[in-house]
Design a protein around this ligand. Structure first.
Ligand code: 6R9
Length: 652
């Protein structure tokens, strides 16, 4: 990225100090940065001791064959024991682990003692199906307690799980089953989405007709919707309630090596076949657990934590399952969408369970902004004390809205940067320490080394932009791409020697704080200037009529690329209003400078998003360049693209 980059032009002057009471009782204070700086490995060795090991590790990091790391290699532990049994043994069996809220309004309250019984039975069931330590299990479930139970049961017997989003197609499922060579699939007849049952089992049946899935010998099926007409293959398919319910409630967990594989999770990437990101046991759990304790300041005896992600996304793995449960948290698990049956559903859930910590994605915050301030205002949200964001850069305006309308202008907002590959949060404010800046993830956590470099791998000075890199190994780092060490090296470790390249653009502000600028593939080149999609989007969202924006660079004969923006207007704004587009273009020019003024601005009703809520700019680029659309299989809702196309004026 050139120094002419616009990366410094978006000015954000608002600052929010941590609330005094939170700072006074915070789990982690400024001292942690000092300790980790003085002795990074000693710091992580101390965090590993927050867990219960059958054999305590004496080694911390083995980096003798970089970038293939081993953390805590001579230690042994069981992840499920750490997430469940040890809390029961500590007298906390009656504490609620999960407040499950189904989309149709059905609920289940699951204590740690209940969870121990359920996980034990499921572990026995998998063993009865012939699953042994090291065998892979594919999990294709809705957001129901059995998803959490299945993951923990796999971890308990050392069988790496591979979750596949319930919304993915039979093809996507088949590719993932094949790549991981899964032996068992756990699924459900269906789940509920927007008030209707939506079938899952047929996709499994279809996937298992594809070549490369022959090694799947059993399909374990949870009855969730009770819908009729689901196919059944005798000898292969077995109902969860038939098999799991009759198993013994006690199960002795076996300890596994710290580097035993815990799970594979596929990231789609923009090209090529999905990458199976491999995470292992001891380092992953250490960092998932520590970051959850530090970033969310969890007080397990009084907090109610809610991460709204799907368990099929890494955020669900680390901050629904492994982080919170290892810390003995009480949490909410919600099956459905934020607007079913009404647009206040989330706020109703916060009120009902007294949620104190909420962790969600910018896409959800921007949707709530669009629906209007009056909706959350109808609910009692006073229990909330910390708000988190993850998944995309959060526009400063959305950040401020979140704090004001959800957090009563009182709660810290922590913008957490990380990836499937990093396993846990890497860059984030600490709620009791950091003076926050809307739109910035700010500082690497204690024990994490991240910076911004230029094309030649030199660290950029404060006030400049470039590429985000991680300069030291971290406990929950991916160990490789499943079955493809070379691709692991090429994708992450070849761009800058000895550094992990995350694929994100970033800048350091004058205080050295880090701002994420979006995927480098999305950076635009306009008349010789690198312009970040994120900054133009944030400039648009800072206009009172705009709730959400997606910006792409479309090939342009004069300027290499021209900025093309798709915007969703706030509830009361009118897309037909005369002069609106001109007003928005002028607004961006004023915020960022004339070079960043979009050539085209198109108001639309929806944007294409992945299941984890990320805007798929690649598809918008296809539209902006009048091309046929690329792969739409990972979209939440592929009809969005038809809708956008039908709304477009003829290309100007
Ligand atoms: C956890 C997760 C990773 C990519 C990452 C980046 C984007 C995530 C962000 C963020 C700016 C944040 N991303 N958190 N960008 N600010 N706080 O999202 O994992 O699905 O693998 O995506 O998401 O571009 O590289 P994953």
């Amino acid at each position: 990225m050139s120094n002419e980059s616009l990366a410094n032009l978006l000015k954000e002057e608002r600052r929010f100090a941590p609330p005094a009471d939170l700072a006074a009782s915070a789990n982690v204070t400024a001292e942690a940065y000092e300790q980790a700086k003085a002795d990074r490995l000693g710091f992580w060795a101390a965090q590993a001791r927050r867990l219960s090991w059958e054999t305590e590790p004496t080694e911390t990091l083995d980096w003798s064959n970089p970038p293939f790391a081993k953390w805590f290699a001579d230690g042994k532990l069981n992840v499920a024991y750490n997430c469940v049994d040890r809390h029961v043994e500590n007298g906390l069996g009656d504490r609620v682990a999960l407040h499950f809220e189904g989309e149709p309004g059905d609920t289940r309250t699951i204590t740690y003692a209940d969870l121990q019984r359920e996980v034990s039975k499921a572990a026995h069931a998998l063993t009865e199906l012939g699953v042994k330590a090291g065998d892979r299990v594919a999990i294709y479930l809705p957001m129901i307690p059995e998803a959490v139970v299945s993951m923990l049961a796999c971890a308990r017997i050392g069988a790496p799980h591979s979750l596949v989003f319930g919304g993915f197609s039979a093809d996507a499922l088949a590719t993932r089953i094949n790549d991981a060579d899964a032996r068992v699939v756990i699924t459900a007849d269906g789940g509920y989405r927007r008030g209707k049952p939506s079938a899952l089992k047929p996709a499994v049946d279809e996937a298992l007709t594809r070549p490369g899935t022959e090694n799947v010998r059993s399909v374990l099926v949870v009855r969730r919707t009770g819908q009729d007409g689901i196919g059944w293959t005798e000898g292969r398919d077995v109902w969860w309630h038939d098999l799991v319910d009759r198993q013994p409630e006690q199960h002795t967990p076996q300890a596994f090596d710290a580097e035993h594989p815990l799970f594979i999770l596929y990231t789609s990437g923009t090209t090529g076949k999905p990458k199976g990101i491999l995470h292992t046991t001891g380092g992953y759990l250490t960092q998932a657990s520590y970051t959850h304790h530090a970033v969310f300041d969890l007080k397990p005896e009084s907090d109610v934590f809610w991460c709204t992600a799907d368990v099929g996304w890494v955020t669900g793995h680390s901050y629904i399952v492994y982080g919170p449960l290892s810390n003995g948290a009480t949490e909410v698990l919600y099956e459905g969408t934020p607007d079913s049956p009404h647009q206040g559903r989330w706020w109703e859930i916060v009120q009902k369970y007294g949620v104190t910590i909420l962790y969600t994605a910018p896409t959800a915050i921007r949707a709530a902004m669009k629906w209007g301030d009056d909706i959350p205002a109808k609910f009692d949200l006073s229990s909330l004390r910390i708000l988190g964001s993850v998944g995309e850069p959060i526009n400063p305006e959305a950040w401020v809205w979140y704090r004001k309308h959800i957090g009563a202008d009182r709660t810290p907002v922590v913008d957490t940067w990380w990836q499937t590959e990093t396993g846990s949060i890497m860059i984030s404010p600490l709620p009791g320490v950091t003076e926050t800046k809307p739109g910035s993830a700010q500082v690497p956590l204690p024990g994490i080394a991240a910076t911004v470099v230029d094309d030649e791998a030199h660290e950029v000075p404060d006030g400049h932009g470039g590429y985000l890199v991680l300069t030291e190994p971290w406990p929950s780092m991916l160990r490789t791409i499943w079955g493809d060490d070379q691709r692991y090296l090429d994708t992450y470790w070849s761009r800058f020697e000895g550094k992990y390249f995350a694929g994100d653009g970033a800048k350091k502000d004058d205080d050295g704080d880090i701002w994420l600028l979006g995927r480098v593939d999305d950076v635009m080149l306009v008349s010789g200037h690198n312009i970040s999609t994120t900054e133009v989007e944030s400039a648009l969202v800072s206009h009172p009529k705009v709730a959400e924006a997606a910006v792409v660079g479309a090939t342009d004969p004069q300027t290499t690329q021209a900025i093309c923006a798709f915007v969703i207007l706030r509830g009361d704004a009118d897309a037909q209003e005369e002069g609106l587009v001109e007003e928005l273009r002028a607004h961006v020019a004023k915020q960022l400078g004339p070079i960043a003024k979009p050539k085209r601005i198109l108001p639309v009703a929806e944007l294409p998003k992945t299941r984890s809520g990320k805007i798929m700019r690649r598809l918008l680029r296809d539209i902006a360049e009048n091309r046929t659309l690329g792969d739409v299989t990972t979209l939440t809702d592929s009809s969005v693209m038809d809708l956008i196309q039908s709304q477009l004026p003829a290309a100007s």
